[in-house]
Design a protein around this ligand. Structure first.
Ligand code: PSV
Ligand code: MN
Length: 456
């Protein structure tokens, strides 16, 4: 068949029955089209929007399952490592952080939990204790998410926490972790989120292997204290604040540690914790395949662990990550990856030194919704077929087709169906909440409110 005849036939077949989209794709690929003809092929695909791989009600049902935890510290004042800036709207107490988190959830509908960082977060006198914290959170429409121990600020941890050469320091770090397990029990939280600044700054400073063994021994004691429905979410990061080596530098180190501990130990991917150019979506796929991916800290970065608003720098990367997650989710209980994907704790980990904290949180929520929606739109049957045919551009075009879809109208409709304003940032600005808390907090803390507390 001549090429022109092929396209004429294809065009007719598309018009006759839009349900032929998969067939169309397969035909395109069977005919080994050149890349320029694939562009035309893709143009034809755009005619088939009605024939999306997922129908609207399934798509909306899936989107409604999306939930992300906000970090309490994301509502607090912050700055750079060189200084802090006055952010008069920033929350200082845990009550204020939870109230702000409740507002971010109210405007997005996908942020129902708040991760706590201990001891940055403490019950206020009005809350009395950790049960009171959970009750206060509920009053603001949110629940308590992962509990983050902090073993990186106290002077005792200068040379490490779980890896420290001194038993006294390791015991102190363990005690703090056990306190966090108790906090999780009291607040009905199911996750202990772990990150270690442990590492060395100069060659020869300490034994790599001994540090690793000390860390494992501490983790084993922590693991033994977990409730059966709790999980460890182990974060890795390749550098900072240690500049020579880091004890949990990458997903391999974290995975090995988790495997030694048991099924309640899982790896957490913080998108800012990789060397530039690292293919994070491949790491995500690998961890899913091993059934060991436990959570995410989403944020954006340009250079290092920049903690910028999700989706602000590389939304395509976020889409590719979600593409792997959806691929696994679609397998449901049938595979290790599918079961793993169903249990992931999604969180943001970012600070907002230059933006209103709640607006940045809302922007992040919208960014993950868009990435997830686009990933759900990937025509997986077509992708599979193109892959099978080793049709590289065909497969890539399937992803581009989904990525380039404007999902904003769909998400506006979704929000309306949930009784939420379709434009969350505008609704938040109209609500006057920022002005209200800014004047209240200036009255309470002065005009330099939250200028000095880091993430606290
Ligand atoms: C470390 O850079 C990290 O990503 C960990 O999750 C910490 O707990 C958090 O940032 C503190 O901002
Ligand atoms: Mn993190």
């Amino acid at each position: 068949m001549r090429f022109g005849d092929f396209w004429r036939r294809l065009h007719v077949s598309v018009r006759v029955n839009s349900r032929l989209s998969l067939l169309t794709l397969i035909t395109c690929s069977r005919h080994r089209l050149s890349s320029s003809s694939l562009v035309t092929c893709t143009r034809h695909l755009t005619l088939l929007k009605k024939d999306r791989p997922m129908d609207k009600s399934t798509l909306f049902a899936r989107l409604k399952t999306q939930q992300v935890e906000t970090p309490s510290w994301g509502f607090a004042g912050s700055g750079t490592r060189f200084g802090k800036f006055p952010q008069p709207w920033a929350a200082v107490t845990l009550e204020e952080k939870l109230a702000d988190a409740g507002i971010a959830h109210k405007h997005t509908g996908i942020l129902p939990k708040v991760a706590l960082h201990i001891p940055w977060d403490k019950p206020t006198p009005g809350m009395k204790d950790w049960k009171g914290v959970a009750a206060f959170a509920r009053q603001h429409g949110v629940a308590i998410g992962a509990i983050n121990p902090n073993v990186f600020q106290d002077a005792d941890y200068q040379f490490g926490s779980f890896c420290h050469p001194h038993e006294r320091v390791r015991a102190k770090a363990l005690e703090h972790h056990l306190e966090c397990v108790d906090i999780a029990k009291a607040t009905d939280s199911k996750g202990i989120s772990l990150w270690y600044a442990d590492g060395t700054n100069y060659p020869g400073q300490d034994s790599f292997r001994e540090r690793r063994q000390r860390m494992l021994a501490s983790f084993q004691k922590l693991y033994a204290a977990l409730a059966p429905d709790m999980r460890l979410l182990m974060e890795y990061k390749f550098y900072e604040p240690a500049w020579y080596h880091t004890d949990l530098a990458d997903w391999g180190a974290a995975s090995l540690m988790c495997k030694k501990l048991g099924p309640q130990a899982t790896v957490l991917v913080d998108t800012g914790h990789h060397a530039l150019g690292t293919n994070i979506e491949w790491i995500v796929a690998s961890l899913l395949d091993e059934g060991i991916l436990g959570g995410f800290h989403f944020n954006s970065r340009k250079y290092g662990d920049d903690d910028l608003t999700v989706g602000s720098i590389n939304p395509h990367e976020l889409f590719l990550i979600y593409n792997e997650l959806v691929d696994a989710e679609n397998e449901g209980q049938a595979t290790v990856a599918g079961r793993c994907a169903g249990q992931i704790a999604y969180m943001f980990d970012q600070c907002h030194a230059y933006k209103n904290t709640i607006e940045a949180t809302i922007q992040s929520a919208v960014a993950v919704q868009e990435a997830y929606a686009k990933a759900l739109l990937v025509d997986r049957a077509a992708l599979k077929q193109f892959r099978q045919n080793c049709d590289v551009s065909g497969a890539e075009e399937v992803l581009k087709e989904a990525y380039n879809t404007d999902v904003r109208p769909m998400l506006r409709e979704l929000r309306e169906s949930l009784g939420i304003d379709p434009n969350p940032i505008a609704a938040y600005r109209r609500s006057g909440y920022a002005e209200k808390v800014t004047s209240e907090r200036i009255a309470k803390y002065g005009s330099k409110a939250a200028a000095g507390g880091g993430f606290q």
